[in-house]
Design a binder for this molecule. Structure first.
Ligand code: F6R
Length: 242
């Protein structure tokens, strides 16, 4: 694991966008996996701006979503489906045929998980994954106590995730479960970018990056991923030991 601390969100986002672009430049057929949430928003803006400016071709890559709320229709502007389309897929000109996102409304969620697992396997794994971290140490919807060996699965959401999740919705929306890639898939990605900014992430970053790895803090296993890059701003890094 490499930790890089930036002066501000702008510099952090610029480095993250470059790392994603480098993946696509090196292999135009890359499988890319994206989280939503606040942490990657500026990264995605810079990624689309820089891709356009540098004329980087995204037409051959494949894209998947890290997670999705269960039982929230895709028409809801707080879904990962909606956000990824608006923030990335439409601006980058990525076609439906290149994308696989969890359908949180699917009747058979197990099948939804199997579809995602098979897709990742068929692409020989994820080339680059962009994740955030919850204040409870979750990655995707891998909540505290999760089985680290799981692949895609459905997860009951932690109370703090439900509370934080409410901010993503402009209309009252009931959220209680999520569908997510498992930690084995997150940690198994060939390039892993964990993005975090702001004081609210400082304590959990200390536990995740400098505490003993434990299932109680799923993100703490990132310490064991040599290839992981943790990109954080000064405020988020403010509780790390020197
Ligand atoms: C969202 C996701 C979540 C967020 C995490 C941090 O797709 O996977 O795990 O990354 O909750 O959220 P923000 O970035 O809004 O602080």
């Amino acid at each position: 694991m490499t930790i890089r601390v930036f002066e501000d969100t702008e510099q952090l986002a610029s480095a993250a966008a470059e790392a994603i672009l480098d993946t696509v430049k090196a292999n135009p057929y890359s499988l890319l996996c994206f989280a939503t949430g606040n942490s990657p928003v500026r990264t995605y803006q810079l990624l689309t701006e820089n891709a356009f400016r540098e004329n980087i071709d995204f037409t051959r890559c494949r894209c998947i979503g890290l997670d999705e709320w269960v039982q929230v229709p895709r028409t809801n502007s707080g879904t990962c489906y909606h956000l990824l389309r608006e923030q990335l897929f439409i601006p980058l000109g990525i076609k439906e045929s290149q994308i696989l996102l969890f359908d949180g409304m699917a009747q058979d969620l197990e099948q939804e998980c199997s579809k995602m697992n098979s897709f990742i396997q068929a692409q020989s794994g994820v080339d680059c994954i962009v994740v955030g971290i919850g204040t409870n140490g979750h990655i995707g919807f891998n909540e505290p106590g999760v089985d680290m060996n799981l692949q895609a699965h459905v997860q009951d959401l932690h109370e703090s995730t439900v509370k934080a999740g409410a901010h993503y919705f402009s209309q009252p929306t009931v959220i209680s479960r999520g569908i997510t890639l498992g930690m084995t898939q997150v940690l198994g990605a060939r390039k892993l970018l964990l993005l975090a900014n702001g004081k609210s992430k400082a304590a959990i970053l200390r536990a995740s990056l400098q505490g003993i790895p434990t299932r109680k803090v799923p993100a703490s296993f990132i310490q064991q991923a040599d290839h992981a890059m943790v990109l954080i701003d000064k405020e988020a890094a403010s509780e790390l030991y020197q």
